[in-house]
Design a protein around this ligand. Sequence first.
Ligand code: ZN
Length: 173
Amino acid sequence: MQNVKLPIMVDPVRAAQNQLELDAIIPKALLSRLAESTISIQSDIKTAFSFDIDKQKLRIFNGKASVAVELICQRCNEPMIYQCEAEFKYCPVHNQEQENNLPDAYEAIYYDENGEVNLHQVVEDELIVTLPQIAKHAIEECQQSKFELTFGEVDEEKQRPNPFDALAQLKHK
Ligand SMILES: [Zn+2]
């Protein structure tokens, strides 16, 4: 695995002019908000960014980020591994008007006072959004699956034909 670290701040105008491609990692210790949202982060975060100027002459960037994290299964309360996969398209903007005029394909991100954007923050926000509201093991891996199966049987029982229905039909004949 390559170990190029993703720069924190990038000038997206210059990067777009150079059609910059980044294939880099973020050390997991740097994403404290993601760490707080999970039990643990399993590895450094893999990211890929490509900066470009689109057909409408907008400076944009596409990105991907992935990492496995540990969450608590809400069904059995045991830890589980969850693979976060984020994909995103951003267009840096200076003001609300530019933001309002963006094509739907892009999310807006504001330039800071130096004309730069924070890529680590983008990655962290995007990864947090991929976390499930309620984490659960796949049913076959969950400690609680026996419990769920029992429920399944009960449900089937309910669906058995009601003998009184059969009786009612006889009466109608
Ligand atoms: Zn579980």
